[in-house]
Ligand binder design. Structure first.
Ligand code: G6P
Length: 587
């Protein structure tokens, strides 16, 4: 979703902002723009991808050592140049970029119209620029002006503003949307994600909710929304996270699928004591809830199964956006384990905030260090899988599952030795790439796809279907094999492709029976298993693994590859699927 960058320092701002925006492309966007201040404001913006926009607009010609930039993912107002950011105030005294939603924008707009403000876009974001201009004219100083603005804004937001009369000042405000400052010598960076400046500095200050930063070349002052000054700690970031190149791969998605042997190993390298502690908390807590969205929700569902089967722990899993239906069950005897790659998904943060209000203890499994979810949690286990750029989650999913298996194995007093072999099993299954590509070509014309699995394989079926939908826009459904006969069989026609997850675990035979039922109705069965059954029309071999409980992590890899190759076959860009964002920061 919307990404924000800012720079103030001794160098020309525009190339730095452009590179920063490029590094935020993964979040998903439909338009982009940059503003610099060089005596007057210069703004260039438009619809489309940053690279193309730069070809026509020549962002890097813009002068000025201070500037802000933005990638927009439309919420209020359609995808047009006018609606893209940065936005001006009427008298061009303020220029601003914003991420989030101003909930009371209609009321504020009416007020501003009554004060003769004229708007050039349909966005809620432009309101903030006008409000700030209005406040500056009626307050003694910038600080009181900005405090009055945040006092009147409802909703969630992060914004960056420049003021024409203050060429040594960037104002950064955070409320429920991420914002982090990069600290370097005589220069400062601001961004929605450290990725946009990690190649320039590894010193960061994470703003918390309801904080305002006044950033100049040589100093940073931070206040809360009451105006009280706050001393913040500077975090040293790990340089490894700066690796956001595609390397030899055509797409980030493919690179991230191939990184899984390494990322799984990294995810498993946890502090033993912390893993045990989380296992103990889950075991001893009366009410355990697990929550997440999208792919992280599928991982959550698998954890529920693992806890029940291996630890006899009962856990409720809910989609974070469904918190209202769960909240009355959450109390001070509850633990909510939130799972999120970004740690910034607004639905997850909202669920966590509600759970906290009700007295629950928050645990989390997160990839992005210093993210909002990690900061809100009592304990966090990081998945350490490195930056995930492809919009569709791949390596973060296998890393989440690895951490979950580790927790369960440790709590069940088992040996994590088998888990360490996962990297080799994934390497083996990656070697089936050409087989998966051929299968994807065979079914390239299919409009519907079904993914079927039982038990622990069911969440993987859901994940396989989600991947195909996200990357190739093909309708897909993940089904529990036993449920087929209760409705979905009616949809099976001659030639309907059904991907069958059939590892040699306790679900093997009943799943094979489901395959026969499907086949009798004309389905084409793509079997994913260690051995080929005659009923499979196509077959992707899984490596032989004696610890069969590990199959879910291994078998998801061909599903990711299938989605990737289907997207390529349909001439789609797998890294940036239409209408989707990597980090969904609005509820
Ligand atoms: C978005 C992404 C999905 C992701 C979901 C949850 O919808 O497009 O790929 O699974 O958010 O993201 P999180 O960062 O919380 O895991």
């Amino acid at each position: 979703m919307c990404g924000i960058v800012g720079y103030i320092g001794e160098q020309r701002a525009s190339p730095i902002l452009l590179e920063g925006l490029r590094r935020l492309e993964y979040r998903g966007y439909d338009s982009a723009g940059i503003a610099t201040l060089d005596g007057n404001f210069i703004i260039k913006k438009g619809v489309g991808r940053i690279g193309k926009l730069n070809d026509s607009l020549k962002f890097t010609d813009m002068e000025g050592n201070i500037g802000i930039g933005h990638t927009r993912w439309a919420t209020h107002g359609s995808v047009t140049e006018e609606n893209s950011h940065p936005h001006w105030s009427c008298k061009a005294e303020v220029v601003l970029v914003h991420n989030g939603i101003v909930e009371n924008y209609t009321k504020l707009r009416e007020f501003l119209i009554s004060r003769n403000h004229k708007f050039s876009s349909q966005t809620d974001s432009e309101i903030i620029a006008h409000l700030l201009e209005e406040a500056i004219s009626s307050h003694a100083d910038i600080k009181s002006a900005i405090l009055s603005v945040v006092g009147s804004l409802g909703g969630s937001y992060a914004f960056l503003a420049m003021i024409k009369e203050q060429p040594d000042l960037l104002i950064a405000v955070r409320k429920d949307a991420p914002l982090v400052l990069g600290i370097a010598n005589n220069s400062h960076f601001v961004s929605s994600d450290v990725l946009s400046f990690i190649d320039k500095t590894n010193q960061a200050i994470f703003l918390d909710n309801k904080e305002i930063a006044f950033i100049s070349r040589n100093k940073v002052q931070i206040f809360d929304f009451t105006g009280k000054s706050i001393q913040k700690k500077t975090t040293t970031l790990a340089w490894e996270i700066s690796d956001v190149s595609k390397k030899e791969y055509l797409h980030f998605t493919l690179k991230e699928i191939h990184e899984q042997p390494i990322s799984v190993r990294q995810a498993l390298a946890q502090n033993e004591k912390e893993v045990k502690e989380i296992g103990e908390i889950l075991r001893k807590t009366k009410n355990v809830f697990i929550t997440g969205c999208g792919t992280s929700y599928h991982a959550s569902l698998l954890l529920k199964y693992l806890l029940a089967k291996n630890l006899r722990v009962r856990a409720d899993v809910f989609l974070s956006s469904e918190i209202d239906q769960q909240k009355d069950l959450i109390d001070s005897d509850s633990v909510v384990l939130a799972v999120s790659q970004s740690g910034e998904t607004a639905d997850v943060l909202n669920a966590v905030a509600i759970a906290k209000q009700r007295g629950a203890r928050i645990l989390s499994i997160v990839n992005v260090m210093g993210s909002s979810l990690a900061r809100e949690s009592y304990k966090t286990l990081y998945t350490h899988c490195g930056p995930e750029v492809g919009v569709a989650a791949t390596k973060s999913f296998s890393a989440q599952l690895s951490v979950m298996f580790l927790i369960v194995v440790a709590a069940a007093k088992g040996s994590p030795k088998d888990l360490l072999a996962l990297q080799y099993h994934i390497r083996d299954v990656l070697a089936t790439e050409e087989t998966v590509r051929t299968i994807s070509e065979k079914y390239i014309g299919a409009n519907d796809f079904y993914f079927v699995g039982r038990g622990d394989n069911y969440p993987i079926a859901l994940e396989g279907a989600l991947k195909l939908k996200e990357l190739s826009y093909v309708h897909a459904e993940g089904m529990a094999a036993g449920e087929l006969k209760h409705g979905t069989l009616a949809l099976i026609e001659q030639g309907t492709p059904v991907l069958l997850l059939n590892p040699p675990d306790e679900t093997y035979l009943p799943t094979l029976n489901s395959a026969l039922e499907l086949k009798a109705r004309g389905a084409k069965i793509i079997g994913i298993s260690t051995k080929r059954d005659p009923c499979y029309d196509d077959f992707v071999p899984l490596p032989a693994i004696s610890s069969t409980y590990l199959f879910p992590i291994v078998e998801v890899v061909p599903l990711q590859m299938l989605a990737y190759f289907t997207a390529l076959g349909r001439k789609l860009d797998p890294d940036y699927p239409r209408n989707l964002a990597k980090s969904v920061t609005v509820v």
